[in-house]
Design a protein around this ligand. Sequence first.
Ligand SMILES: *[C@@H]1O[C@H](CO)[C@@H](O)[C@H](O)[C@H]1NC(C)=O
Ligand SMILES: *[C@@H]1O[C@H](CO)[C@@H](O)[C@H](O)[C@H]1NC(C)=O
Ligand SMILES: *[C@@H]1O[C@H](CO)[C@@H](O)[C@H](O)[C@H]1NC(C)=O
Ligand SMILES: *[C@@H]1O[C@H](CO)[C@@H](O)[C@H](O)[C@H]1NC(C)=O
Ligand SMILES: *[C@@H]1O[C@H](CO)[C@@H](O)[C@H](O)[C@H]1NC(C)=O
Length: 428
Amino acid sequence: MDSWTVSSALLLAGVISSAAFSHFDTECYTANGEDYRGLQNQTSLSGGKPCLFWNETFQHPYNTLKYPNGEGGLGKHNYCRNPDGDVQPWCYIADHEDGIYWRYCDIPTCQMPGNLGCFRDSGDPPTLSGTSETSNKLTIQNCISFCRKQRYKLAGMESGYACFCGNEVDLRDHGESPSMECNHVCFGDHTQPCGGDGWVIIFDTRVGACGGNYSSPSEVIYSPDFPDKYGAGRVCYWTIQVPGSSAILFNFTFFDISDQTDMVELLDGYTNQVLARFDWRSPPRELVNITGDFVILYFYSDRTNQAQGFALLYQALRSQDTRVIEDEGNEEDETDDVSSTAGPQLAVWTIYALAALLILTVIAMVAKLLLHITVKSPNIPTVSGSDSCSQSTASSEPWIILYRPSTISLFKKKLKNHHGDLSPLVGN
Ligand SMILES: *[C@@H]1O[C@H](CO)[C@@H](O)[C@H](O)[C@H]1NC(C)=O
Ligand SMILES: *[C@@H]1O[C@H](CO)[C@@H](O)[C@H](O)[C@H]1NC(C)=O
Ligand SMILES: *[C@@H]1O[C@H](CO)[C@@H](O)[C@H](O)[C@H]1NC(C)=O
Ligand SMILES: *[C@@H]1O[C@H](CO)[C@@H](O)[C@H](O)[C@H]1NC(C)=O
Ligand SMILES: *[C@@H]1O[C@H](CO)[C@@H](O)[C@H](O)[C@H]1NC(C)=O
């Protein structure tokens, strides 16, 4: 809280608590609504187009003939779904406009916890005013990790390639029908939404953190690196301690662990006794009820077979006491992965490495000097030598020019028209 003004802290508090309240309203826990199984059957609640029935869209790549077993949530209905790993649920519509026969659905109840929403960004000043970067490999978690490492509480993505960090956001910058404005694909992962032009999609940086301390009565915790696949060799602990609660209920709303050694465990916070273990073979099937007020959540992944991970919703059952518990200390640190004894060792190795680098540099300089003297050709002007060298390394064009947002939308249309078979469902 050091550098915050009181008012900005209040703004942030407003955002965070409103997000917390929406946990139980949401019908989606994945970033792109792949898990949406709700009943919206038109593209928008106000003046949207009616959706076609999936059991009647045989001229299109997605229908119940091709996916008869409910894959992707398809069935004898006309609800919005996301069977092809797009950035948002969608459906086919009857009228063809410019050869487009499908539309995204604007579903207010489909927003993953930790996604604080889509905000207008005039850029002057930017909606999130901290550090920023651009990357043609941007994913939601790339950006979140970038901001989290610098201890920001919020991370925002814009236009598919830009990442902004900050600690506060003004709720009034929320637009009219914003989810439709923030569905440009992330350049690093075409199944994730990364904002839009002049619109920034903002996430809590606790999403996908490897570890954390939770004390509020109810929260959602995501596996490390979510919504990307969890990384290799992840070992993460989260503490969930809610003073005054008699039991804590865990609802895994989403579980995808890919091999037997990767696992999730729930431990008693006081005795460290393992109370439940879940993996590929034994996924959690119902609510897990843990008595007490202190639970440790543990995640382990080996070097192979990464997968999407999990989303869990916990809820503390309170005894009589109903005092409000401040949600604090949820800071997370990537260095959790390194054991504490590695600290001094790391420093020693850093010194060795720097010394080695210095020696190598000197050798290289001497070698270059010798080479220069012996092979220097008379027709190369000595003055321009170093200049042209530095020019050529800097000559690569800014990639932003290559990735205009218009190219993205063209690609997306093509994707559903011609490459419908490249679906994640086909693999199943
Ligand atoms: C959408 O569903 C509602 C009820 O769930 C139904 O009344 C309505 O007719 C449906 N609309 C379309 C276009 O199918
Ligand atoms: C598709 O399913 C709906 C709802 O069950 C049904 O009313 C309709 O007749 C079905 N269409 C076909 C072509 O089977
Ligand atoms: C778990 O949470 C989901 C989403 O909030 C809810 O639909 C489901 O009913 C819950 N499961 C149980 C067993 O309470
Ligand atoms: C969970 O366990 C506690 C105490 O053991 C009990 O009071 C509560 O009713 C249980 N809740 C559920 C949903 O099973
Ligand atoms: C959680 O709290 C423990 C002890 O209070 C602390 O050592 C640890 O660093 C905290 N973890 C995070 C991720 O903040």
